[in-house]
Ligand binder design. Structure first.
Ligand code: ZN
Ligand code: ZN
Length: 842
């Protein structure tokens, strides 16, 4: 790759003149124009050697403009990327916009503007702000998820999942916000209310599209061990996937007639199936089965209607209706337990005893089998419920050390230190041995199957909204569900005025007749389009694949470029995306690999979550009116000072406190750098001071080590310390002392670094100058020069570390040919006066 020459600044300063003041606005404009004009930040993706993909999570382009939190994250990534470039990599640092979704749409509704008009405006403003910040972004590969050229391929990704049998439609209970008129994920419901608008959330049943991410649960979990990611992010993913090992156990329902009631199904046709009803539960504690004193079904469990007795039917119906009005999250977290007896009994397959079947809203249809075996002696929730309804509580686990516990007072949940009691043939076994023994025995009679269960659900990707990519599916009366052929992509999102959602739960696209009706791609008869759009998380689950190939219309990603640039070397983003975005991206990558489109299955080799910044100790928010507007600070202090200050606030992975006074210290450092370079250029040439040089090499090592581990604040502190050492007593620094400092500063403050680099007579970009090397021999804190005698005659001097041993001093002497030539033969004796003299007797 040939590097274009950097344009030279006009009016280079004549030697000896008083340095002109540092004017960030002027030099930042100048260098940004130079980078753009020379396409300096657009690497040769096909030819560049040593590729390094430095990715940051792309922003949602809000109408308020760039948030300082965005800039904190992007600057951190930019420094890492520029550092890698100085280390000799071809670095690709792309940026785009995650611009579909409910945030944008709701804001558009609020303003009464069409999102199709609002979003391009927001993007233009974001781009302007980002460019001012001096990021090393390759703007020629910018993308927006709302661009048909992009979402054509998002729809293609959907079709790949569909082809693999990983996309399916099913009716499911969902959280519904009546205000936003949309489905919410469980994590968007806070205390029963919508996270966005605070409206109480309802439960609805809707037909929706899902991706079978649960098929990949084991792989998503196992691969985490191979990734260089923030530990907190990995553990969040592990918890989210939530693997548990146990058994599915079957409890046959006793014939209700035994208890004097008719079953709900009896007599409907006179020839109902004779297959016995059974309740299937998943348990991680099969060892406690002797303590299972009742069963609980989710209120919406299909068995409820079949097992309920006539006596209990009214109470059960009332309870079921009431549970249906609650959202799923409050049901999981609500403190007060409630439930109703169905009147039915089932046989505990281990004890052979009948136990009652209840329904309760703390059991969710979405988890496991929608039914549990309750072991109140050893489970807190079950204990609470059993106490409330006076159900039997039996102890089946006891402390191995013989201590007494009263399970009537509280559940004994310890499992590692427990042994089984009151458990028939299993008494005395440890919990672990008991689990295996019970599963084995029940499996032999087909009453249990060992299973691995995951907390992870399939990914619901349907949104009954307007602002997203239409799901590329057509419904035909003759052919059924028909995927839109790839050749007919994109399914364009029609530009409609009436994009507001309504209460029907059906996407606004359904109201757009000429779009809704379409010929069937298979038989050509009139058919109907799917009117749901896909989740924004699908847009962002593959964007990193698109960046290198964003100029290609014929493929989602070029095979050669993808092989060369992916997986991503370094990914930086917020920990709020530790679970969903990062998990979905991993899943989609695995699916594309399995379909043969790519040859790797983990998209991000290294991921680091950045911290959050607060202002004067308080969280920044619009309502507090304390949001930092980057434009204002860049106007006043310059982008270089602003970037460096953001990184100086605290450890990048922890964040820090933005204080208005703090930025002046960083600006003073850049002013001193400016002055130092100009003075050094004007001063007569000369060697660097030995002490300053040692400090320099220590600083080079520290800054390099710190940047590599994103410890930017300590790197900046080290450079400031070096500045003080170099300028002790306002001495004029030597060029050799200040030049490497400009290279060290350049990732943080790229504009001033480019300017000063050219002031020192360099014609190429500082970013092509290479990262300065340090001389390890200069790192030693204190060194002494000592005389070396051979047979009492002084033959030269050596410089060694203060406190060097006799062997080290001798080795240094032997390493100097001028001395070594006098040492003929093995030394007979050595006289060493540490720090002063070495006398070698041969
Ligand atoms: Zn809402
Ligand atoms: Zn058809």
């Amino acid at each position: 790759m040939t590097e274009p020459e950097v344009s030279q600044p006009a009016g280079a300063m004549p030697a000896g003149a008083e340095p002109a003041g540092y004017d960030p606005a002027a030099i930042e404009r100048k260098w940004q124009a130079s980078w753009e004009g020379s396409r300096r930040n657009s690497p040769d993706l096909a030819g560049g050697a040593n590729p390094y993909y430095a990715l940051m999570m792309f922003p949602y382009p809000s109408a308020e403009g760039l948030h300082v939190g965005n800039l904190f994250a992007f600057t951190g990534n930019d420094i890492h990327g520029r550092f890698q470039r100085l280390k000799g990599h071809t670095v690709f640092e792309p940026l785009g916009y995650d611009a579909f979704g409910i945030h944008s749409e709701n804001f558009a509704i609020k303003l009464g503007v069409h999102p199709g008009e609002l979003i391009p405006r927001n993007i233009a403003n974001f781009r302007r702000q980002l460019q001012r910040a001096g990021l090393m972004v390759d703007w020629t590969h910018e993308l927006s998820t709302t661009d048909p050229k992009y979402y054509k391929w998002t729809q293609w990704v959907f079709l790949q999942l569909y082809k693999q049998g990983l996309a399916y439609k099913k009716a499911a209970a969902v959280n519904w916000c009546p205000f936003d008129k949309t489905v919410l994920a469980n994590e968007q419901v806070i205390g029963g209310a919508c996270e966005r608008c605070g409206t109480m959330v309802e439960q609805r049943v809707l037909e929706q599209w899902f991706f079978r991410i649960t098929d990949y649960a084991g792989r998503l979990l196992a691969n985490l061990d191979t990734l260089d990611w923030s530990e907190s992010t990995k553990s969040a993913q592990r918890n989210w996937i939530g693997k548990s090992e146990g058994a599915q156990v079957t409890f046959p329902v006793l014939d209700a007639m035994v208890y004097g009631a008719s079953t709900a199904t009896a007599g409907l046709t006179g020839e109902t199936s004779t297959a016995p009803l059974a309740v299937s539960v998943f348990t991680t504690r099969p060892d406690t089965i002797y303590g299972a004193t009742y069963l609980v079904l989710a209120p919406e469990h299909p068995l409820v209607a079949q097992v309920v007795t006539d006596e209990q039917r009214d109470a059960v119906d009332t309870y079921v209706a009431q549970a249906a009005r609650q959202d799923l999250v409050s049901r999981k977290t609500t403190k007060e337990k409630s439930g109703v007896f169905t009147g039915a009994y089932a046989t505990n397959p281990a004890t052979g005893s009948p136990i009652p079947v209840w329904i309760a809203d703390y059991v969710l249809m979405e988890y496991g089998t929608g039914a549990i075996m309750a072991v109140p002696g050893h489970d807190e929730r079950d204990h609470e419920f059993a106490t409330l309804y006076q159900l039997p509580i039996v102890q089946v686990v006891a402390p191995a050390n013989g201590e007494a516990v009263d399970v009537r007072a509280a559940a004994y949940t310890e499992s590692d230190a427990g042994v089984l009691v009151n458990s028939g043939p299993y008494d005395g076994l440890t919990v672990a041995a008991g689990k295996a023994a019970v599963i084995g025995a029940l499996a032999a009679t087909h009453a249990a199957t060992p299973v691995v269960n995951y907390r992870l659900h399939d990914w619901c990707i349907s949104r009954q909204r307007y602002w997203g990519p239409p799901i590329p599916i057509v419904y035909c009366d003759a052919c059924g569900t028909v995927p839109v052929p790839e050749s007919q992509l994109p399914v364009l999102l029609p530009n409609i005025d009436d994009f507001r959602p309504d209460d029907s739960g059906v996407s606004p696209l359904a109201r757009h007749e000429e779009w809704y009706h379409t010929p069937c791609p298979q038989c050509g008869k009139e058919a109907r389009r799917e009117t749901d759009v896909s989740d924004t998380f699908l847009d962002s689950a593959w964007y990193f694949l698109r960046y290198p190939s964003s100029d290609r219309d014929d493929v989602p990603f070029d095979a050669g470029l993808t092989k060369k640039w992916l997986p991503v070397n370094s990914y930086i983003g917020g920990n709020e995306h530790a679970v969903l975005h990062l998990l979905y991206s991993r899943f989609v990558t695995m699916v594309l690999k399995d379909a043969g489109h790519i040859d790797f299955e983990e998209p991000f080799t290294r991921f680091r979550a950045h911290g959050m910044i607060v202002r004067e100790g308080a969280k920044m928010s619009k309502s507090r009116g304390n949001v930092v507007n980057p434009d204002q600070y860049i106007d006043e202090w310059g982008a270089d000072a602003f970037r460096t200050y953001l990184m100086f606030l605290g450890p990048f992975e922890e964040g820090g406190d933005f204080r208005d006074k703090g930025i002046s210290g960083v600006r003073r450092f850049l002013d001193r750098l400016w002055k130092s370079v100009h003075e050094a250029v004007a001063a007569p040439a000369g060697d660097a001071d030995a002490e300053v040089l040692r400090k320099l090499h220590q600083t080079i090592r520290k800054v390099g080590d710190d940047i590599a581990k994103l410890s930017y604040n300590t790197a900046i502190a080290a450079m400031m310390e070096y500045m003080n050492a170099m300028r002790t007593g306002e001495r004029v620094p030597r060029l050799a002392e200040v030049k490497p400092l400009v290279q060290l500063v350049s990732p943080f403050a790229p504009h001033i670094a480019e300017e000063l680099w050219s002031v020192m007579g360099e014609t190429r970009s500082v970013f092509d100058s290479g990262w300065p090397a340090y001389d390890a021999s200069l790192l030693v804190e204190d060194r002494v020069t000592m005389a070396v005698q051979v047979l009492g005659k002084t033959r030269g001097t050596i410089t060694v570390a203060k406190g060097a041993s006799q062997d080290e001093a001798l080795a240094a002497a032997m390493a100097d040919p001028a001395i070594a030539k006098f040492i003929t033969g093995a030394p007979k004796r050595v006289i060493h006066v540490p720090g002063r003299m070495l006398n070698v007797i041969v």
